[in-house]
Every structure is written in structure tokens, then in C-alpha cells.
Design a binder for this molecule. Sequence first.
Ligand code: ASN
Length: 335
Amino acid sequence: MKKILLLATGGTIASVEGNGGLVPELSVEELLHYLPESNNNSLKIDGKILMNIDSTNLQPEHWVKIANAVYTHYQDYEGFVITHGTDTLAYTSSALSYMLQGLGKPVVLTGSQVPISFKKTDAKKNVADALQFACEDIGGVFIVFDGRVILGTRAVKMRTKSYDAFESINHPYVAYVNKKEVKYHWKPASVTKALSLNTNLCTDVFLMKLYPGTKPEIFDCLKDLYKGIIIESFGNGGLPFEGRNLLSKIQELTEKGIAVVITTQCLEEGEDLFLYEVGRKVAQNQVILSGDMNTEAIVAKLMWALGQTDSLDKVKKIIETPSAGDLTRKAEAFV
Ligand SMILES: NC(=O)C[C@H](N)C(=O)O
């Protein structure tokens, strides 16, 4: 009989209708009580509540708490399921992927769009599937949702209400789970290093979405507040150097030692800064390229990288090196 630890953090899955709207309130025992009997018979599931919050309220300090809990109980269980709100779930799964390296067991995040206590809900299937996948002989952080298994660094919440809330971006699904059967599409390489926990994070990271008309002066406000700035630019990547000129500001930022990461607002296929003049001019500065990583992963990776070192060169190296399947090297692109 496999032993699985279920760590509850809140979210819609654990919510009840309160006076002010849906609010997470169920205990972990109540959560488990809603599962079909068959799950409880074939597994030994222990439950532990870490926090009971809407994931909108969940912040980097909570990621650390979750990572610590997995690490502390690692030897005692074959797999881990973390129930979590969907809104920031992909940030948490990314952060866990960097903080817990060398995982030889599955750490599976799931949640739901409808509370588990409601008559019609996606929660029971999602938890049952997550428990199923947590029994697999595979290492890493995964999201199991609507029958699909997504690598922790590659998920994006695409839909606010539909059951298929998450998509795997720039990466194949890991597997599908259907009626207790797991069908693989992609498997991570087996783990060669020992598990390590490294929860040092620097949360002084800002995420800016560019739009036509962005004021250059905004960077003057940001540069004393943040050590890292992620710019979601347009298309293949680039910054305006005519009219409201952002290019000169980027030079100031990088010269001041701020880590500037360039990504794109396009969800698929990533940046290619060297394609256009608007991008090459940016690349002449010491900016960091994000390839086809998604924004959730970039935010978590930049916080983690800045938590490891003050050296801009080293931060650049960390971000630009694939980790936990987050980044496709051009030569191995899935096209
Ligand atoms: N479906 C959900 O879980 C949404 C909820 N607001 C949360 O992220 O906690």
C-alpha cells in the first residue's frame, strides 16, 4: 500500500459559500471525506493543512512553507499531493520546481474550479487523479488538472471558469489520467542528483507588461524598488527606441546592476530578440533572455536566482540555463 501525504493550502476546492463570497474553510479531513471510497482503500493518505487561503493571497513566503513541508516529510511518503487555488497555482508549481531540486518522487499540485462540497464539481476527479499520479514512479513537480498532467514549470491558467483551466505551454503534456490509468506522452530524464532544498528567494522582482505608450519615466520609479525587472514585450521581443524611448532606460537599469529579463506577451514560441532591429538594440545591453519560458516560471526563477547571488552574470546564467524542463534549447525545440 502506497503512502501519500496530502498538503492542503486552500483555494476554491476547499471553499464554502460565505457572506462575502467563496472562502476556503474545509479542513483536510473534510476534503478527504469527499473522495470516493476506492481512493481511501487502496492508499494510505495522511493529510496536513499548511494554510487555508485563496491563492490570490498566497505569496512567496507560502511557497517556502510548502517546500519545507515536502522536504521534511520526504522520506516518509511515496508521493505528495498539494491542493491549491488555481489562480496562482502555476507560480507555486514553478517556485517548488526551483526550490526542491533532485526530486525522485512526484509532487503533484491540483485544485478545482468548483468547490468539492458542491453537487457538480471537478474537484473529486482532480484529487483522485492527483493521488493516482502521486503513486507513479516519477520525480518532479507536476500539475494534475482535468485529466492532464503538466510539468510544474510549464503550466498557465488559461480559463477562469472551465474545467480545463490549465494548458501546457511550449511543452507536451506529461501524461493523461483516465479512470486510474496513466498514459505518458513525455517523461522527464531520471533523477541523478540527491534531493536538495534551497528556499532563498529575493522577492524584489517586478513584472511589467508593455503597451504602446508605456512611459519611460516609470523605470525611474522602479529602479530603487526592485533588483529584477521582467518586461513582457511584444512579439519576438524588443523595446521602442523612437517616441517614448524605453531603450535608453534599459541601459541605465543594467548599468545599475538590475537584472532585466526580456520575455514576450505571446504565450507560445517564446522571444527571439535577435530577429528585429527593435530587439537587437536591446540585446546590446546586458539583458537576460527567457527563451520560451512562461511568465510564471520566469517570476519564480528570477526570485530564486536573485536569492542565490548578487552577481548579474550569475543571475543571467541561472535564468538562461534550463531547469526542471522550464526552457527549450533552440536545438531541441518541439517543432
Ligand atoms: N479556482 C480557484 O481555486 C480560484 C481561487 N480564487 C483561488 O485561486 O484560490
